[in-house]
Design a protein around this ligand. Sequence first.
Ligand code: AMP
Ligand code: GLY
Length: 416
Amino acid sequence: MKVLVVGSGGREHALALKLSQDPGVEVICAPGNPGIAAFAPCFPIAANALDELVVLALSEQVDLVVVGPEDPLVLGLADMLRSQGVPTFGPGSDGARLEGSKAFSKAIMEEAGVPTALGKSFQDPGSAKDYIRSKWDSGRKVVIKASGNALGKGVIVAETLEEAIQAVDDLQALGEAGETLVVEDRLFGREFSLLTLVNGSDIFSLPVAQDYKRIFDGDQGPNTGGMGTYSPVPWINPEWVTTAEEKIVRPAIQALKAKGIDYRGVLFSGIMVENDAVYCLEYNVRFGDPETQSVMNRIGEGLSYALLACANGDPIPEIPVLDKAVCTVVVASEGYPGTVVKGREISLGSVPENVTVYHAGTAQPDKLVTSGGRVLGVTATAASLVEARRLAYEGVSQVCFEGMQFRTDIGQKVDA
Ligand code: AMP
Ligand code: GLY
């Protein structure tokens, strides 16, 4: 089976590597990155160059396309590929609205009876501010979200009323993404990420991971795309996962189906546990990054065939889960999550055994240099989380580039 992976981040590196380890599977990638290029041919076609990607899939006669990022999905890449007869793992533009529009996603949650924070959509900033004031007066804190895709900068968890009011103006200043705002009741609890493979009606969830969204230790500083993950997550009661599948994942797929939307891809549910109950914070229509880097190391063989089955609407074969612990630490550029400094030379040192260094924001014009915010994901696999964490940081200590930053507390407080 020949698989084309679309994208260039750490998530795609982890997916491409895992897929390439399945027997009988050949992987190609577009555009890929220097880490992927070490084991799979990479074609210099951007993930948003939809027409060129379709031409590549046809000329390379691939059996499956796996789309990494959300943008090409929102833009309709999966629809274009399917209309050419190419089996594709990833929803069409209609299903991708679950991530492309928080207002749509919230409406689906409400329609499907998915437990979620109470939310209201606004186009008029004045009404949004009035609503926020009335919530605050009644003793409820709120979270303000830009409905459109704001590249991880569209959610403001306000601590004070002033911050909440300011958030309305700040999110509107984002332009199109902030034209519609969603104001949600703030929940208080711990979060986890559930990645579920979907074949249009049936589901298969991968092992759960926990992400660290804030830039600094102790969950301080602004939100990022994710600074590290670990899996398994010991504080999670397995019943919560079953409940999440039944109350958060399946109803959304059914609600989409009722609208004629055949969802084939991964549904990523961001879940918060408050007082032993699960709530859906958001849906994403792609694998999480850096969740994928950890999760790929928790599963055995067969991902390629499971993704192909989803693409074709066939029953999803089970993928074995490994009894191992995995920890991923992201190494980011100076300035991240703001404006980053690029072009810094990277030395990877000697990578310890059972550690994989996934590339994300790297380029290799001749020497390996930084080219983005999140540069590398250092992932370690071990018998216990304590050991996986120790090993991941041993891997990080080998990495060197000017201005590098990473959290030192990934996987530290993992218990209940
Ligand atoms: P989202 O992109 O909607 O998942 O939001 C990004 C982050 O903001 C989440 O991972 C949470 O940490 C936080 N967040 C979002 N919605 C809420 C909420 N209703 N209550 C508390 N925190 C939230
Ligand atoms: N790590 C969170 C995300 O991929 O959105």
